[in-house]
Design a binder for this molecule. Structure first.
Ligand SMILES: *[C@@H]1O[C@H](CO)[C@@H](O)[C@H](O)[C@H]1NC(C)=O
Ligand SMILES: *[C@@H]1O[C@H](CO)[C@@H](O)[C@H](O)[C@H]1NC(C)=O
Length: 475
């Protein structure tokens, strides 16, 4: 966390030892949000591509040429107007290049089958991809849908595995240091033109849907990614379902939804070396030039088994805007911050209408954090460009239960002096554990909090904070 307020400790506003605390406006908001979320799910499901089961499936055997055999079979299926390409059950495929998922193709991963990518797999001419909110040319994602329409990647459950071979990348990166790579991405964020944005050191995402529509990824394990694991960017109408992510290296966010519309991610389980589920929309000038928001997104019934950073995270790349995100029924067994909304001064755009409901989180340090001052040291923007604030508005967290494993501040809401957070509502939030530091609010307007932290109940109605105000809890 990059910000901390150092100021007077005020007493708890209301100390009510018993009784459930609820926000007054919960009912109306809940109904509206649930209707909106149900509409999105209906739209996405209605548009998913269907394939005749087994009929005409081309089965590609494992073997030294399986990479080109799989790609050729997908090309043939695509040329024939659609079809299924399948791998065998109980087989091990060693891949030495990326797989390109084409329109109207279903790629099937067999039961007890592993598709393992070697370290050199993406060492091909650089392709157009996207990382940390910047579209650039770099090593190809391992499974790549680029401008693909109506396709599926599906397995037979958790024993159908795509293994990114990330360990070799992580070892290599530890050797060369990731500092160079990271600063190159950040520099590229200030380059509005895509030409010249080349970075061959950013490791490949395991699976990337780029500029694609009507795609389903379901019922498989995505293991050991070198970088973000499943990334949906500039895409529309996507269903990510029953995916088991198991990635432990640095920067291996589980599921990243980026500048995309109408996306449903449900019933996934995630182990991630960074954020579990991450919602983004572009970085700085590069992100503004693309200017595509992430909107109409439903996250439902997901389990974050372990995330090194946020369980469910929004930002900090928000330069295309993020709105109408519904995160319903999330279970987190370990994360640093359960619900994490963040931006960096200069990112601009907005984060609006975020609705989080039914979270149970164990072993977290912080429960809910909204931070407009996330320290992500970006090289300074050229002085001619003003530092743009992000407009945070209407953020709602309802029925959230966190068990904190550290004496960190349980709830943190921090805007900017020149740009307040507006309309933040916490209803029926409970933080259990030895939590003394309950709550901090800075530069925020129209904040309502019905929460219990440790033994202390808070009932704040429409408060504003010009400076930083903090509240402690009794334990
Ligand atoms: C919440 O999600 C979990 C994990 O997917 C699932 O087991 C549970 O049934 C869901 N709860 C409800 C009320 O749908
Ligand atoms: C909260 O207070 C602000 C001004 O202090 C007012 O504009 C806003 O309408 C109030 N909101 C509610 C829900 O009462």
């Amino acid at each position: 966390m990059g910000w901390r307020c150092i100021c007077l400790l005020l007493g708890a506003v209301t100390a009510a030892p018993t009784g459930k605390v609820r926000g007054r406006r919960a009912a109306a908001d809940t109904a509206t949000a649930e209707t909106a979320a149900a509409d999105i799910v209906r739209r996405v499901l209605a548009g998913t591509p269907t394939f005749d089961d087994e009929r005409g499936a081309v089965v590609v055997p494992a073997g030294p040429d399986c990479t080109s055999a799989l790609n050729e079979a997908m090309l043939a299926a695509n040329s024939a107007g659609g079809g299924t390409v399948a791998t065998r059950d109980g087989a091990a495929y060693e891949l030495d290049g990326p797989l390109n998922l084409l329109s109207h193709v279903r790629l099937r991963v067999g039961r007890d089958t592993t598709l393992r990518f070697g370290y050199s797999a993406p060492q091909r001419p650089p392709v157009l991809r996207s990382a940390e909110g910047v579209v650039f040319h770099g090593p190809s994602p391992l499974v790549r849908a680029y401008r693909t329409h109506g396709a599926r990647v599906e397995g037979r459950g958790a024993s159908s595995v795509i293994d990114g071979g990330g360990r070799a990348w992580h070892e290599k990166n530890a050797m060369i240091g990731s500092a160079h790579r990271t600063s190159r991405i950040k520099e590229m964020g200030h380059e509005p033109s895509e030409h010249g944005r080349v970075d061959q050191r950013t490791p490949p995402t395991l699976l990337e849907l780029f500029g694609s529509t009507r795609i389903v990824v379901s019922s498989l394990t995505l293991r050991d990614s070198a970088f973000w694991t499943a990334h949906c960017v500039l895409s529309y109408g996507v269903l990510l379902e029953n995916i088991h992510v198991d990635s432990r290296g640095r920067n291996t966010d589980g599921i990243v939804i980026d500048s995309s519309t109408d996306v449903v991610a449900r019933r996934n389980s995630i182990v991630s070396g960074d954020d579990g589920i991450s919602i983004k929309s572009g970085r700085d000038a590069a992100g503004r030039s693309v200017g595509r928001p992430t909107e109409d997104l439903v996250l439902m019934d997901n389990v974050i088994v372990k995330a090194s950073a946020g369980g469910v995270a929004v930002g900090s790349e928000v330069s295309g805007g993020i709105r109408r995100v519904y995160a319903l029924n999330t279970t987190i067994t370990k994360a640093t911050i359960a619900c994490y909304v963040k931006s960096t001064p200069g990112r601009g755009a907005y984060v609006q209408d975020i609705y989080v409901r039914d979270v149970v989180a164990e072993q977290v340090k912080e429960c809910i954090t909204v931070n407009a001052n996330f320290k992500n040291p970006t090289p300074k923007p050229p002085p001619a460009r003003p530092a743009r604030p992000t407009d945070f508005r209407r953020l709602s967290f309802e029925h959230v239960l966190c068990r904190s494993s550290a004496d960190s501040r349980a709830i943190n809401l921090a805007g900017r002096p020149s740009y307040h957070l507006r309309g933040v509502r916490l209803a029926d939030v409970s933080v259990l554990g030895e939590v003394r530091k309950a709550l901090a609010i800075a530069y925020a307007t129209d904040v309502s909090i019905a929460a219990r932290v440790g033994a202390t109940a808070f009932d704040l109605r429409n408060v504003s904070a010009e400076e930083c105000r903090t509240w402690n809890a009794t334990t």
